[in-house]
Design a binder for this molecule. Structure first.
Ligand code: F6P
Length: 362
């Protein structure tokens, strides 16, 4: 059996706090412990198709563990199995064989893919074509079912919770309803965690369709108790009972082409019309993905990166590193992309929030 001498790494999908901690850990563990060379592909799978890469050395990953973004660049548009022809003819090609050829020309023994469900689905397709792959779970949404936590999530929650603390000031001073729209397409983990931590009065998540009258009743009840302001946190994927998610735009080249945004404004318009209470909306957007990872995410990213290389050595190809309880383990890639991890409406987090009187619009 050929020993592992050289591996590739790429970051796919949206950027996420902690990516650089993973890249650093992969590179350091590979070079220091196993004498393995590391090549980083630029801009995710695009770099793999176009053979755009850089050698990663101890020097090139030095001092990046605490930084946001990814030193390799990323994209949430490019899929080698359905790749927009660079000639500009508007046609799509299967560039997966070309990508595997690039890997072999570079003398790589396999690839570490750091990504969310979209990138890991592509990674799984490469695994099925025989490419040795190890996945690392990344998304601020924390919606991968095969791991308890993805790195980046807690930094995003921190940012959202901090925003809620700041919005309280204006809410209270101006006797307004302040709405914070956060990310979370199909799962409301950021809204739920930030809402509990930041003292929201109403939390709206995709898993619990809301009824505007239930929200109004909550706000009125607060008024009657002398609380002339309210804080609402809404996940971008939330929708009213019998209604749809608010789609901002479609990105046809993307693995998941839907881009959401605007539900905060819809809730605001309905509330103002029906209650007359002044309402304002803040869309937190990409601030949740930006900035330095908090220590938890630096540490989790480091543990994932180290485990990814260890699993290469153990030849556990076609798996994703995962956190179960307090231990790092691995799961088959296939299981990692099967289901989205959603907020259970009857789970203990929602129960705890409801116990405090937080309303979910139900
Ligand atoms: O999956 C992570 C995520 O942050 C989603 O919550 C959000 O809908 C999406 O990425 C936005 O992506 P873009 O970078 O295209 O705006």
């Amino acid at each position: 059996m050929r020993s592992i001498k050289r591996i590739g790494v790429l970051t796919g999908g949206g950027d996420c706090p902690g990516l650089n901690a993973v890249i650093r850990a992969v590179t350091k563990n590979a070079i220091i412990q196993h004498d393995i060379e590391v090549v980083g592909f630029i801009d995710g799978f695009k770099g793999l198709v176009e053979n755009n890469y850089r050698e990663l050395t101890l020097a090139s990953v030095s001092g990046i563990g605490h930084t946001g973004g990814t030193i390799l660049g990323t994209t949430n548009r490019d899929n080698p199995f359905h790749y927009l022809d660079p000639s500009g003819n508007g046609e799509y090609r299967d560039c997966s064989d070309q990508s595997i050829e690039n890997i072999s020309k570079l003398g790589l023994d396999g690839l570490v893919v750091i990504g969310g469900d979209g990138s890991l689905s592509i990674a799984y397709e490469f695994h099925q074509k025989g490419l040795p792959i190890i996945g690392v779970p990344k998304t601020i949404d924390n919606d991968l079912s095969a791991t308890d936590v993805t790195f980046g999530f807690h930094t995003a929650v921190n940012t959202a919770s901090d925003a809620l603390d700041k919005l309280h000031t204006t809410a209270e001073s101006h006797h307004r309803v302040m709405i914070l729209e956060v990310m979370g397409r199909y799962a409301g983990w950021i809204a739920l965690h930030a809402g509990i931590s930041g003292g929201a009065d109403v939390i709206l998540i995709p898993e619990i369709p809301y009824n505007i009258d239930a929200i109004i009743a909550k706000i009125r009840h607060r008024y009657e108790q002398g609380k002339k302001f309210s804080i609402i946190v809404v996940a971008e994927g939330a929708r009213p009972e019998g209604g749809e998610m608010v789609i901002q735009k479609l990105v046809p080249t993307s693995h998941d082409p839907i881009r959401l945004g605007g539900i905060g404004q819809e809730v605001s318009k309905d509330l103002e019309e029906k209650t007359g209470v002044e309402t304002r909306v803040t869309v937190l957007g990409h601030l949740q993905r930006g900035g330095s990872p908090i220590p938890y995410d630096r540490i989790l990213g480091t543990r994932y990166g180290v485990a990814a290389v260890d699993n290469f050595i153990r030849r556990k190809f076609g798996t994703m590193v995962s956190l179960r309880g307090s231990d790092i383990t691995e799961v088959p890639l296939h299981d990692a992309i099967k289901d989205i991890r959603k907020v259970p409406p009857e789970g203990d987090m929602v129960h705890a929030a409801k116990a405090l009187g937080i309303n979910f619009g139900d």
